[in-house]
Design a protein around this ligand. Sequence first.
Ligand code: ADE
Length: 324
Amino acid sequence: EEWSERGAATGARQETDASGQTQTRAVKKGVKDFNFGRTLGEGSYSTVLAATDRQTLKEYAIKVLDKRHIIKEKKVKYVNIERDTLNRLTEHPGIVRLYYTFQDERSLYFVLDLASGGELLGVLKKIGSFDVECTRFYGAEILDSVAYLHSRGIIHRDLKPENVLLDRDMHVKITDFGTAKILADPQRSAMGSQGASGAPTDGAETDRAVSFVGTAEYVSPELLRDKNACKASDLWAFGCIIYQLLAGRPPFKAANEYLTFQKILALDYIFPDGFPEVARDLVERLLVLEPANRLPVEHIRNHRFFDGVQLGKALWRQKAPRLK
Ligand code: ADE
């Protein structure tokens, strides 16, 4: 197996040479450069640990992936997709940033932004449901982040409140790009799935049949019907999240996955009493079976539900509303 090292960032290290002069050299960060702390989360192939850079004292979340396990379970492709995707998604405050990658004999290490506020799901469970003001704020931050990743040619495919993390100021950081889809660059895909160099586009999916299915409750009907996800599939999940923040539970939920899928395909959901009318109108324009008929991302932003919300950088600079 191959664990290539594309796009890896480097740190700077000061060294004194033989003549006594101090030189600054670019050196790749490694395990020894961090103090590892508490466990933040555990997945099937990875553990996320809090860690501190010994030189800068900056805190990170480091995802440690077990190479043997990944190879055995044939997940190498997904690990590479996660790294390639994160390397494309720099410079947006709403996406967990990848700073460094390195490896040792046993593990791969992804050094990420620390989101010390935990999962949006945890916060939601603690207080039951959000009011309109909080839903508007968190909805706007999730939407701004999704618009950014779509603009970079990436579909998340597994958006849900567990994958929406919160930083220490309670602003959104979207994570878990292991099942993302990198859309073929339109210029490159004009030559088929091969780039001008003749090499395949990194991680790009050009074939339609994809066996991946995300988390049952947030899966779009087109993924169930045609095994094909598009940008609008993320907007279906976004509609499910808006509903869940206000109602305290996702719109499609049943005793098992099969029954959940049947409900999704039949658009079988109801709004609880007291669900705000403006939010209901938005959700009804997102939970639409035909992806082409869903409200596009630029129109969602202009929906009445988001009236008065801060735009662009101001949204990320504002103080997060107190949860209630
Ligand atoms: N759990 C998983 N990823 C995390 C992160 N980046 N920050 C905090 N907790 C996490």
